[in-house]
Design a protein around this ligand. Structure first.
Ligand code: MIC
Ligand code: SF4
Length: 644
């Protein structure tokens, strides 16, 4: 039996375990990336591990999320990360250089290599045939120290593409169609691989849009073959030597096959407030819009920007619309500025923002009250934009630009012929915003600079024999990490200050959550299915840990968040009978009796509802290593224990 691309990549990096779906595997990591919003914590953890130099082939620390610098906090974090990078052997991408995933694709990603990043959209690298996985900061810290990365062996899904996209339809519509078919939890435990004749019609930036937004499926990662198109992209980046061919075997076996005829697709949009609430633009109709934002790691490549410039050329945006453009990297902006594209964008009335995440993570550009915003981004969770009652629609650059001109949601096919866009043979290469580390000899004299906003991260203790505590919060399905630990301009500057961050935890669901946790001293969270979807931010585990949360009991979990809970020593449990969820109310006193010995002996866990006098059976899906980690009170305690 042959192998899929995902299986080949795993096989080539397998350190522990067997490639049996659902079981734990350990893989060797070649490259890592961090961004600043998760990076400060990852480097604090790395420092706590006491490793002198990173042991990967390449590790890059990017600054792209917290670039507003409304106070000293962000700049201090940047300085801290820069000093760690210099001392410990990492490349450092300065603020303004662009979004980590876009730059990594342009300058560093290599087909056939593994990459983990402390950001859920790390699978963007799958667009050039990498095994690129989003993970919590602690997992990235371990990988930087040369440690194995553990995950569950995924099942393989093939999305078989046939035909060719029609004019005005683009890669964003392909991934929105996949989301429509599979839903935000449809990818959990899977690698989504793209194949079929249609693949040959897609350029690398288009492929990267698709693998990027595979994060919204909950997938472990997404991957495209590495072919002549990949080679041409790397050549244009001056890196043809990094190319290797990668394709699935003819007799590879997939667990699931989804067929999509590209020629049948039309422009799509994800409606508020979930990336899988996908409808045809023509069906939604010409709703009035207030804002259009073009950019984010999903759609900020040169190709995207050139298309937007061509659509806007010689026209004016509607008076009721505020249009923002954030190019994905300095390379993209540089290239736009060298031809008339930038001036076409500006003359139409666009507001040019920095090459950074910006509005995607609520760093500015929050829409007006009850505003309608069309964004080429990947997430439209309620409140993420910074305006609680705004309605965010996720669309392609074509739909965004066409709608900015008309002032209403517009199917771009109504604009007539699509303007042609030509990609250059080669990109401008200027890595002057990427700083090299000190040499090993010089590194001893480099000082790590901590600012006053950088506070120690919370630690856990060994798991007790039993845990009795109230259900502090009960939430429904598809709770995102933006619910658990919101981001945005007011909160993001405090990513290295867990005590302060904790006051914002779960605010959208219960304003008094933090207060109630403090009053109770300890507690449980009860959740529905796909709990913790979205971001990789380990703050969504570290903050609950700080607030005394001992276990989270749900119908099911999203992958990265579940791993982050375990790393923090918070027990993730699921109801054996999902209906038991309905029986629990907020403030019920619950008891995990003999939980320690149950986990040690692999026995079913039982939750006593002391208030109601009922008992519920609970499941847990833990490897032997994860069980030991939980018993020890998290990854750092466990690592200390085994290295004694
Ligand atoms: C996001 O898109 O939600 C983020 C901000 O990039 C996060 C990381 C973070 O919370 O810092 C992600 O996707 O992992
Ligand atoms: Fe940045 Fe948005 Fe991409 Fe997250 S999804 S990395 S916030 S651009």
């Amino acid at each position: 039996m042959g192998y899929t691309i995902g299986q080949k990549l795993i096989k080539a990096h397998l350190m522990e375990g067997k490639m049996i779906p659902g079981t734990e595997i350990g893989i060797k990591i070649d490259q890592t990336l961090t961004q600043d919003a998760t990076g400060t914590m990852a480097y604090l953890e790395f420092e706590a591990m006491g490793v002198k130099r990173v042991k990967t082939e390449l590790s890059v620390a990017y600054i792209d999320h917290n670039t507003l610098q409304t106070g000293f906090e962000n700049a201090d974090d940047h300085r801290f990360i820069q000093s760690v990078a210099k001392k410990r052997g990492l490349l450092f991408s300065k603020p303004g250089n662009g979004i980590c995933h876009q730059i990594h694709l342009e300058r560093f990603g290599k087909p056939g290599k593994t990459l983990i990043g402390s950001d859920s959209h790390t699978p963007t690298g799958g667009g050039i045939g990498m095994l690129a996985i989003g993970a919590g900061g602690m997992d990235v810290a371990v990988a930087m120290g040369g440690g194995t990365y553990y995950t569950t062996m995924p099942r393989m899904t093939l999305v078989r593409l046939s035909g060719k996209l029609s004019p005005w339809v683009s890669a964003k519509d392909i991934i929105l169609e996949v989301l429509r078919i599979m839903s935000v939890k449809g990818g959990v435990g899977k690698i989504i691989e793209y194949g079929g004749e249609g693949v040959k019609t897609l350029s690398v930036p288009e492929r990267a849009t698709i693998t990027n937004m595979g994060a919204e499926l909950g997938a472990t990662t997404s991957v495209f073959p590495s072919d002549e198109i990949t080679r041409a992209f790397l050549r244009a980046q001056g890196r043809e030597n990094d190319w290797v061919e990668l394709r699935s075997d003819d007799d590879a076996v997939y667990d699931e096959i989804i067929d999509i005829d590209l020629s049948a697709l039309t422009p799509l949009a994800a409606m508020p407030h979930m990336p899988d609430k996908v409808k045809k633009v023509e069906e939604i109709g010409r709703i009035k819009i207030d804002q259009v934002c073009i950019g984010s790691c999903t759609n900020s490549s040169l190709m995207d920007m050139l298309k937007v410039a061509a659509i806007l050329k010689g026209k004016k945006i509607a008076p009721n619309v505020s249009l923002t453009i954030s190019p994905g990297s300095m390379q993209v902006l540089n290239m736009l500025s060298l031809n008339s594209a930038l001036s076409d964008i500006l003359s139409a009335g666009a507001r040019l923002l920095e090459c950074a995440c910006g509005p995607c993570i609520g760093m500015g550009q929050s829409p007006n009250s009850a505003g309608v915003s069309l964004r080429t981004f990947n997430r439209n969770f309620e409140g993420r934009s910074g305006t609680a009652d705004a309605g965010i629609y996720l669309v392609s650059p074509e739909v965004a630009a066409a709608s900015a001109l008309t002032g209403v949601l517009t199917d771009p096919r109504t604009l007539g012929e699509m303007p042609a866009v030509n990609m250059p043979e080669s990109f401008i290469i200027n890595d002057n915003m990427i700083l090299k580390p000190a040499s090993e000899q010089e590194s001893d004299s480099v000082e790590i600079i901590y600012g006053p906003n950088i506070k120690p991260f919370p630690s856990n203790t060994e798991m007790p024999a039993s845990i009795e505590a109230p259900a502090i919060l009960k939430v429904g399905d598809n709770i995102t990490t933006d619910h658990i630990m919101p981001a945005g301009a007011k909160i993001l500057p405090y990513r290295s200050n867990i005590p302060y961050l904790s006051t914002f935890c779960f605010r959208q669901c219960d304003e008094k959550f933090a207060e109630r946790c403090k009053a109770a001293g300890k507690g449980f969270i009860i959740g529905g299915s796909n709990y913790g979807q979205g971001s990789s931010r380990e703050h969504a585990a570290l903050v609950p840990l700080y607030l005394g949360i001992k276990a989270v009991i749900t119908k099911s979990f999203a992958r990265i968040h579940c791993a982050n809970l375990i790393n923090s020593g918070i027990i993730p449990l699921t109801f054996a009978n999902p209906d038991d969820y309905d029986d629990i109310d907020t403030d019920d006193i619950l008891k995990l009796s003999d939980i320690r010995s149950k986990l040690e002996n692999g026995e079913k866990a039982v939750l006593d509802n002391i208030t109601k006098g009922h008992k519920y059976e609970l499941n847990y899906d833990l490897s032997a290593r994860q069980t030991k980690m939980l018993l020890a009170g998290g990854l750092l305690n466990y690592t200390r224990e085994i290295s004694k």
